[in-house]
Design a protein. Sequence first.
Lengths: 117, 114
Amino acid sequence: AQKITQTQPGMFVQEKEAVTLDCTYDTSDQSYGLFWYKQPSSGEMIFLIYQGSYDEQNATEGRYSLNFQKARKSANLVISASQLGDSAMYFCAMREGTQGGSEKLVFGKGMKLTVNP
Amino acid sequence: DTEVTQTPKHLVMGMTNKKSLKCEQHMGHRAMYWYKQKAKKPPELMFVYSYEKLSINESVPSRFSPECPNSSLLNLHLHALQPEDSALYLCASSLDRERTDTQYFGPGTRLTVL
């Protein structure tokens, strides 16, 4: 079963507008971590934001915020005031327990965001 | 500083060559990872080292051989690769193996096998 679902293959947004990237997840663990990464065409995976399953507040990091709805198992990334440099692939990922540790970071398929001038 | 460095940035090798990918971090992280990423796909975990010991091998073919000489360095030795092994190889590190520990990635090595 797919653990992380990103249904939007691609999105377009105008510069300076806000955009929401969808992510739903599936886990039976009570304790887990949710992460968003950005991957520009250069290839580097850039960490954007983290949300813990027990965190009561939605995470925010500068222009990035996470709309965390635990009951619905969704962790949508909101980018405010889009910039041309935000054009990239975006991956939602979850870290849950495995036997002996929590090494596995499970990624969604990703979605491509294009910011238009 | 959350920097993970990888060398080389690009690598072209023949199927009979032996080469190595290198990864380095100086953040005091105790867990290090190798991922393989094909075009338009998410990264796939290959190996995990925890406290310099191999803790996960995701059934990776033996032509890929990881090595962790010390807590800051991670190598991936390549031998007798196939063209289908061409991909972006990403190294990552995290403080430890907790669910809350963020994995920080390096810039990757783009490998082409001829």
